[in-house]
Design a protein around this ligand. Structure first.
Ligand SMILES: Cc1cc2nc3c(=O)[nH]c(=O)nc-3n(C[C@H](O)[C@H](O)[C@H](O)COP(=O)(O)OP(=O)(O)OC[C@H]3O[C@@H](n4cnc5c(N)ncnc54)[C@H](O)[C@@H]3O)c2cc1C
Length: 391
């Protein structure tokens, strides 16, 4: 529907990924009767990874200097959207991550953490969110180590992780800086306790960790103290873009399903697609999807050319996750009762998409990011009050 006009090389990778998803993953899922990601045993996840690697896909999004394909934000968006558009339950395991926050480490940290994470030897999870009721996670310096205390909620894949990339406020650091820091906390360190395992509607597994004076050597602090929050937010911007890509891909799948469903014979004697009310719903879904994808690819192109895209990504993530909720809902309405039966692909999507309007920043918080960013950009720091004309 939208011509993304990707560079030829990226388009070729996208088509290879599509072939992998349709030729290997979807048939394997059908054969094994797999309906939920949470039911995929570790051996099956490993198989996906190995096959994806064998087809030269798994490392496409990883840095080129570490042996990856070095694809940038446009590649991230195009490939993640393609995975979701296939409607594959196992698709999430087909693409390796790009190392996220660990890419900001020193050469020594890259050797000890980034390389093993990219190769799959170690697994890392992002521990950013403190529980709504508090407390805030803090770090204090004691000799050569920082000691972390607090609670980290909703750490996705945390129970399976080796490293927790933890954001904490440094309150004591004799002779050094204070402010937010990023800490590579080993899951097995003393004082790290998995206090709760949570399963979300989408089948995801998350951990809540109690940190009770958990030590992190100074050599395992990522970047400068005081820069933890901006770095974490940069990384969250990339995750938001990826979430928007997944939402758009899922919207593509759901609209395609709607079109096929409404073209089928119906007991009323006329395919539903010939009814005007139905056509209006199809048009609304297609318009939602077109707007969301246009924003998504515009953002990816801006990010590709190195611009600051925090505000635009917040817009794209909001548009896409809100749009896919409406698109899947309409697809269910037009499919009727069968769609709410457990095991129907739309029933799975309905659960899957709900969390996306909360995870990586709620829609309400993203509105604040957009408005505050625009207000800040329109008021120069020199206090003249003369609004700038652009970003
Ligand atoms: C599936 C999933 C995966 C996640 N993965 C991770 C992860 O890997 N690592 C991690 O650190 N966290 C993760 N999270 C946590 C996620 O980032 C938070 O749930 C999210 O940021 C919302 O925070 P909260 O749950 O504390 O809710 P709150 O911040 O308490 O928000 C509750 C409600 O209040 C609204 N609200 C809050 N502030 C304002 C305001 N100023 N104005 C108006 N409304 C407001 C929110 O929009 C929301 O509707 C995950 C969450 C989910 C659902």
């Amino acid at each position: 529907m939208i011509a993304e006009a990707l560079p030829a090389e990226l388009e070729a990778v996208r088509l290879r990924l599509r072939a992998f998803l349709h030729e290997e993953l979807l048939p394997a899922e059908r054969e094994q009767g797999l309906r939920e990601e949470a039911d995929a045993p570790p051996a099956l996840r490993r198989w996906v990874r190995t096959r994806s690697d064998a087809r030269g896909l798994f490392r496409q999004l990883q840095p080129a200097d570490l042996g990856g394909g070095g694809l940038g934000p446009l590649g991230q968006v195009a490939l993640h959207e393609e995975v979701a558009a296939a409607g594959s339950v196992l698709g999430r395991f087909a693409l390796g991550g790009d190392g996220g926050l660990l890419r900001h480490g020193t050469a020594d940290q890259c050797r000890r953490f980034l390389a093993p994470v990219l190769s799959g030897e170690l697994a890392a999870a992002f521990a950013f969110t403190d529980p709504p009721e508090g407390p805030r996670t803090t770090a204090v310096r004691r000799g050569d180590v920082f000691v972390l205390t607090g609670v980290k909620a909703f750490v996705t894949d945390g129970p399976r992780a080796d490293l927790l990339l933890t954001v904490a406020r440094v309150t004591e650091n004799t002779g050094g800086l204070t402010g937010t820091g990023l800490f590579v906390l080993r899951r097995e360190a003393p004082g790290v306790r998995l206090s709760r395992e949570l399963r979300t509607l989408d089948g995801g597994l998350h951990g809540e960790f109690a940190l009770e004076e958990a030590p992190v050597p100074q050599a395992d602090v990522l970047g400068e103290i005081g820069q933890g929050l901006p770095r974490a937010l940069e990384s969250i911007t990339a995750l938001r873009l990826r979430a928007a890509a997944h939402a758009c891909g899922t919207g593509r799948w759901a609209l395609d399903y709607t079109l096929r469903q409404t073209a089928r014979p119906h007991r009323s004697g006329t395919p539903l697609g010939e009814r005007e009310q139905v056509q209006a719903m199809i048009a609304d879904s297609a318009t939602d999807l077109f707007a969301a994808r246009s924003a998504l690819y515009a953002c990816a192109r801006m990010a590709e050319s190195g611009g600051d895209v925090e505000i635009e990504v917040a817009m794209a993530k909001t548009l896409a996750t809100e749009a896919v909720a409406r698109i899947v809902d309409r697809a269910m309405q037009l499919t009727g009762g069968a769609s709410v039966v457990e095991g129907h692909p739309l029933a799975r999507l309905y659960r899957l998409i709900r969390a996306w309007r909360i995870a990586e920043g709620t829609t309400e918080v993203l509105r604040l990011v957009i408005a505050r960013g625009l207000i800040k950009n329109s008021c120069p720091a020199d206090g003249t009050g003369t609004p700038s004309t652009g970003r």
